[in-house]
Write a protein that binds this ligand. Sequence first.
Ligand SMILES: [Zn+2]
Length: 55
Amino acid sequence: MPEKILCHRCSFILYQGREPVLPGDVVKKYDRCPRCLTKLSRKPIKVLIEIRGKK
Ligand SMILES: [Zn+2]
């Protein structure tokens, strides 16, 4: 299932894709949010993308 991982502060999309990733790995990759420069929390917001009209 596709998923997004967002900055907890500004909702910048840190990761988006079909491959599931660990939020911890995203934090390691960025350390700080590229947009708002906030130090990322240990657990960024993880959002599963809902598929509309699933059958
Ligand atoms: Zn941010």
